[in-house]
Design a protein around this ligand. Sequence first.
Ligand code: 6R9
Length: 659
Amino acid sequence: MSQSDLLRPNLPEQGSIEHISRQEARIPVPEAFAAQANVTPGQYAEWYRESIESPETFWDARAKDFHWFQPYHRVLDWQPPFAQWFVGGQTNLSYNALDRHVDAGRGDKRALVWEGEEGEVREYTYAQLLDEVSLTAAALTRLGVKKGDRVTLYLPMIPEAVMAMLACTRIGAPHTVVFGGFAAGAIADRMVAAGSEFVITADIGQRKGEPLPLKSVVDEAIKLAEEQGQAVRGVLVVRHTGSDVTMQPGRDHWWHEARTDEREDALPLDSEHPLFILYTSGSTGKPKGILHTTAGYMIGAALSTYAALDLKDHDLFWCTADVGWITGHTYSTYGPLLLGQTTFMYEGAHNYPHWGRFWDMIGRHGITILYTAPTAIRSFMRHGDDTPAEYDLSSLRLLGSVGEPINPQAWHWYHRVIGAERCPVVDTWWQTETGSIMLTTLPGAHPAEPGTAGVPMFGIDPVILNREGEEMQADEGGFLTLRQPWPSMLRTVYGDDERYAKTYFGEIDGVYFAGDGARRSEDGYVTVLGRVDDVLNVSGHRLSTAEVESALVAHPQVAEAAVVGKPDEMKGESIFAFVLPQEGQTPDPQELRQYVSDLIGKVARPDHIVVAPALPKTRSGKIMRRFLRQIAAGKSIEGDTSTLDDPSVLERLAATPVE
Ligand code: 6R9
């Protein structure tokens, strides 16, 4: 990676999308919103200053809102790059998200409202959800799950997914949720990497009216994991649609049968007890198991939900993210429940059975806060203003965006058509690794700048640096880094402290390296420019080019593959693969797509494939992706091609048809 990578042509804000001058573009906070906001400008300034100048005092005060089985004796122990927060304390996230509210007399308040794709609705109060979670925790214990055991979750967006997560955290068994779009091979890899002996899944999921055979995918994954030496002791299966599945006696148990009338209490856990592992893509083909721990994550999730998403009583909050991603962990599940508020959950596609589905649900349920991804906003935008106009969106009071940079055009559409210019829009930048929102405008405190995430959350000290660790001037592009540890930060890459240290604290000395490019304005607004490494962001889903490449080269007809992102108006980026065939072979692009889909999952299917006569390489054999990105984007070649072994490859490649 080099400084010049920051100038790579596919940074989302450049190219096809218009740029609006910065100060002009700021949209003031609507007065009515400011008057009721959880965090006012004065409060932000005061808290932010304290959080940077005396972080331990600040976080100590925030931690007071939670239940501690045993108080901590030290707020932070920072031995870079390893942090421990709330040292010596004992708490439990499940307890704080459920029991605490029921004990305080709020058991009748709605915790979760769910709608299925066919329109079925289920609701759970805090008392009911606590009961479900306690029953599930007892079932897991009977299954043999003990404190510290990793449990793999492969579930659709159904209430049982939330129950399973909270049941795991209740007994101190870190969950590792695998997104339902991943195939058996990807699940198996994650199970092996996590050493997971238990799985929770469902018979079948549903998307766009089509059944997703989850249990049989899990069966296949277990077979693959066992071939790699990973024993699997127990599988809990939710009967969701009631379809026929094969149950292996002794190993597989129905959720509704395994849960008897026993209930399990929340186990006091050390602050630093592993809470969950979530696999995400990095620069290599091997997914990284991002480890989050109990107390710090809990406090970061709750505070950010309160401050950036402004949740309060009477809100019905809908974060559309799947629980398979970090946003689904922190904001569909934990953040709102920790605050004792109501979270909405939907299983199914955003355009099923029609493009008005989201707006219909918002109107029918009275959803007040919507937190979704730019890719969804852009696809709605393409379908015009008429569809949302048919529905009652007057319950909405705040809109959020997450997952990728939002282009100003989409921002304005979201603000005008969905929010009727009444709702603030917050563009929140963060990562699986950061656990909670790092940069945003607070909806009642800061004017928003379309296309720019905004200012740091409490305790976050962003600084834009060059490779040498020197700070960039205002408005100059550089690497986005964070200077101070924060409670919800990842603790390590599971089982690989070295990779953790190298990836996040080894790029530039002494700071957390996010892997994104950014610039900061004179007055502190940070604009995120996109990844500076080989990580793709396809419809807000994070994938590594290396992962897709290794799937392609596993195909018998493929000798080599190079994958890059191509700017895409809808998806942000699409997957562009250059494939060098084995001598004498002509692989069929359609077959290659299916092959990748079978190995990793549909999310990784290449959109564009070039069966290449050769790949542009340096004399030392390194593929020059910079040029491939230019070819993929349909641009003319810019930059020094003299280091290439054979510069004529570029012309030949550009002339090869894209399939
Ligand atoms: C929460 C989440 C992280 C990567 C991150 C960046 C991109 C996320 C963004 C954004 C610009 C935003 N990203 N939010 N870029 N503006 N508001 O998405 O986590 O899946 O780990 O992805 O997504 O590139 O580095 P994760």
